[in-house]
Design a protein around this ligand. Structure first.
Ligand code: SF4
Ligand code: SF4
Length: 373
């Protein structure tokens, strides 16, 4: 795990060194960004999602307070110049996902060039797919113009193969927790998922993930864990906003899986390498992501149902960041699904501060008591 812990700092140094040699960096904020195009342009995609509380007060001077902390943190990092990855990025790729984010991007564009992709809100529709493919092609042209490169179909195919391999390797990391005992403690699972989003080299991610899986399998203990196995779903979580993951650990539970987009949500979705057109292959892939900004969003429930089974889940926590309406409303359907599986369910609404730690603790303790572990 140490290599994963160090990956973010190591990657930053590589990007800073690479920048002097002409390396290009493009910032992203969402799982819908087709990072294969950035790779095919010869640039490095880095995630800029804000997961820390520190820049939020600065953001609240320009944004309404009643916004999700992820939006405020992301914007705060941008305007306070405190995120080295934002500073390194010469273009930001954004998507029209939720209302808060898309309006925030209009303000961010005043600080740095932002290319906004118009994301359809329906998945199973030919018209939506066609529109999304058009948006992916438009991003290709913008990257070519911004970076002064030509993005060939062959380079996109190469990037598709690389990212597919990366997803499979990361899925294998998460799947380490399907058995009993789970092989990766919750905080390690979060660290591994989060730090790879800053990697300067996807091949290094694949190598590290494969190595971790091999090591954990070789050292797997025989004794089963008697702890409650919890699945975390809802809004994305990263280092800095991991208080629920930390509490589960402190309270003696195994967080075996994270369904959110910082975890498992995208890992089973790969681009078809058999497709004739790489842009259509990417469009089909990315439109399948079951985020709550899709309406309706039945595939999230399908994914959750299979994860409850595959990860032998004993209880579910649905974490909504304050003012995230889409995940907040979907909590109703998630609760019904979990209760239909006769499992205890807890919906939490919180922000990045630590002011509610004690009440979160009491509520999580009560949830864990409802399991038979
Ligand atoms: S929750 Fe949805 S909109 Fe937000 S970053 Fe994840 S995929 Fe994007
Ligand atoms: S957590 Fe919700 S409100 Fe926040 S950026 Fe993601 S979808 Fe939007």
């Amino acid at each position: 795990m140490k290599t994963f812990h160090d990956l973010r700092d190591k990657s930053l140094q590589e990007l800073l060194d690479g920048r002097k040699q002409g390396l290009r960096v493009v910032g992203t904020y969402c799982a819908y960004c087709p990072k294969e195009l950035i790779l095919a342009a010869g640039a490095v995609p880095v995630s800029l999602c804000g997961t820390r509380e520190e820049p939020i007060p600065a953001a609240e001077e320009e944004l309404p307070r009643n916004l999700c902390p992820m939006i405020k943190s992301s914007y705060g990092f941008a305007i306070t110049d405190t995120c080295p990855y934002f500073a390194l990025s010469e273009l930001i790729v954004a998507e029209t996902t939720c209302d808060g984010k898309k309006k925030m991007f209009e303000l961010m564009d005043k600080k740095k060039p932002v290319h906004v992709m118009q994301l359809p809100n329906v998945q199973d529709s030919e018209a939506a797919l066609k529109m999304w493919a058009g948006e992916i092609q438009r991003l290709r042209l913008r990257l070519e113009e911004q970076l002064q490169v030509t993005i060939t179909d062959e380079a996109i195919w190469e990037a598709i193969r690389l990212v597919n391999e990366e997803r499979q390797a990361l899925k294998a990391v998460h799947d380490l927790n399907q058995g009993n005992p789970p092989l990766l403690p919750g905080l390690n699972l979060l660290t591994a998922s989060w730090t790879v989003k800053f990697a300067s080299d996807q091949r290094e991610v694949i190598r590290l993930a494969n190595q971790l899986v091999a090591e954990k399998r070789a050292q797997a203990p025989q004794a089963k864990s008697g702890k409650p196995r919890v699945l975390l779903t809802g809004c994305p979580v990263g280092i800095g906003s991991e208080k629920v993951v930390r509490l589960l650990d402190e309270l003696g539970a195994d967080m075996v899986a994270m369904e959110n987009c910082s975890g498992y949500k995208t890992l089973d979705i790969v681009a078809s390498e058999e497709h004739k057109d790489p842009i259509m292959a990417l469009a089909e892939k990315y439109l399948k992501i079951p985020c709550s900004c899709m309406s309706p969003n039945p595939h999230r429930l399908e994914l959750l149902k299979s994860m409850l089974h595959d990860f032998q889940v004993d209880a579910v926590i649905d974490l909504t960041w304050q003012a995230c309406h889409t995940y907040n409303i979907e909590a109703y359907d998630v609760e019904r699904l979990v209760k239909a599986a006769s499992l205890p369910f807890l919906h939490l609404e919180s922000d990045y501060s630590t002011s509610d730690i004690e009440s979160l603790k009491v509520r999580i303790e009560a949830l864990l008591e409802m399991t038979d572990k």
